[in-house]
Design a protein around this ligand. Structure first.
Ligand code: GN1
Ligand code: MG
Length: 356
């Protein structure tokens, strides 16, 4: 085993004898390992990307505030608290970066693609319950772990800067996608008016609601949400929208054959049902009216982010092959087009389910 990992494991009180460490998961940001100790218990070890999370202590702060709140007010909630090091810290710094460790909840598993609408329902219900359980937590207690993370106006501005200063050849090649994004700027304008509307509530939202961030039990019932790095004050359309972005189509943002990109209305219905059911009377009229917008908001923002990164020569997401972020960006453009084509049907579904 790597010298550095040995020291990190020791900081968390693990003996090296009998511990098995294997790479785990498919996230783009952190490095993750599965650790099995001598007794066969399983843990998840992560090296936090401190270029993205500039102040990892903010993550530990939010986890501790939210964990403490739930323990006191919602003792039935399942919330996987990270382990402390033998020195009482949230991170081991022995490997150079910020390493943290979580227990793995026995009897649960995660999936990488949403193949059944029941899975979409279960996941959405868990994200809805998460926000509902934190409805009365004072938002001022929380820190913004990535400032401006889902600020679509900031993402738009970064896109405009990349158009000005980015790679000229890549810009030429991305003309069609760029044109589409510029034409759809209304999505950013709508966010600006929501932000100015004092009645549109900020809540504790998760900000990374992909299907692999929900633990499922053997019957595929949702158990709880994981990956708590970006839980911070936000709008429900961030969470609803990222589920739409990642569950509606049978293929992911990685797919190169865009003819496979589809919007499955039964998955849209499942997302709305799961979320609205969990949030019940908590959702406001303004929030109900933002359900279709949620998908537009998140798909558009992700298209902006991938194309911006392509123009900036892949400095944020990295690239496994030349043009990787171009493919991802154009994939999201296509998904947004498909989504907008179905606007009438999807809005009807949302109204049928929520009655609003
Ligand atoms: C990143 O690493 P991962 O897959 O959890 C990104 C999300 C993007 C996603 C796109 C901190 O998440 O915002 O939607 O890639 N997270 C961060 O795959 O930038
Ligand atoms: Mg994540």
């Amino acid at each position: 085993m790597d010298e550095m990992l040995i020291r990190v494991l020791e900081d968390f009180g693990f003996g090296i004898e009998g511990s098995v460490v294997t790479p785990f998961g498919s996230g783009l940001i952190h490095r993750t390992w599965r650790v099995q100790d001598i007794k066969g218990q399983v843990f998840i070890l992560q090296l936090v990307n401190d270029k993205v999370f500039i102040n990892p202590d903010d993550i530990a702060h939010n986890i501790s505030i939210i964990g403490g709140f739930l323990k006191k007010k919602r003792p039935y909630a399942i919330f996987p608290q990270p382990l402390q090091t033998v020195f009482g810290g949230a991170y081991s710094r022995s490997g150079g970066g910020y390493y943290r460790m979580f227990p793995f909840i026995a009897g649960t598993h995660t999936i990488d693609i949403c193949t059944k609408s029941d899975q979409a329902f279960e996941a959405s219900r868990q994200f809805g319950l998460f926000t509902a359980m934190l409805n009365d937590l004072d938002l001022d207690m929380l820190r913004h772990t990535i400032p401006g993370f889902h600020d679509i106006s900031l993402r738009y501005q970064q896109f405009m800067e990349a158009l000005e200063k980015g790679d000229v050849f890549r810009k030429e090649e991305s003309k069609e996608g760029i044109g589409f994004l510029l034409e759809n700027r209304g999505i950013v304008d709508r966010f600006e008016s929501i932000r100015k509307d004092p009645t549109f509530r900020l809540r504790v939202t998760h900000h990374d609601t992909k299907i692999s961030n929900v633990l499922l039990d053997e019957q595929e019932r949702g158990v709880c949400v994981i990956d708590l790095d970006t839980m911070m004050p936000g709008y429900i359309f961030s969470d609803l929208g990222d589920m739409m972005r990642t569950y509606l189509s049978p293929v992911s943002e990685e797919e190169k054959d865009f003819s496979k990109i589809e919007v499955r209305p039964e998955f849209f219905a499942a997302i709305v049902e799961g979320y609205a059911g969990a949030m019940q009377s908590i959702l406001t009229k303004e929030e109900h009216r933002s359900i279709f917008y949620a998908g537009e908001f998140m798909i558009y923002m992700q298209a902006l982010r991938f194309l911006t990164d392509h123009l900036n020569n892949d400095r944020y997401y990295g690239a496994a092959y030349t043009g990787h972020n171009f493919v991802r960006g154009m994939n999201q453009v296509r998904l947004l087009q498909r989504y907008q084509e179905m606007k009438n049907d999807l809005e009807k579904i949302a109204i049928r389910i929520t009655g609003q």
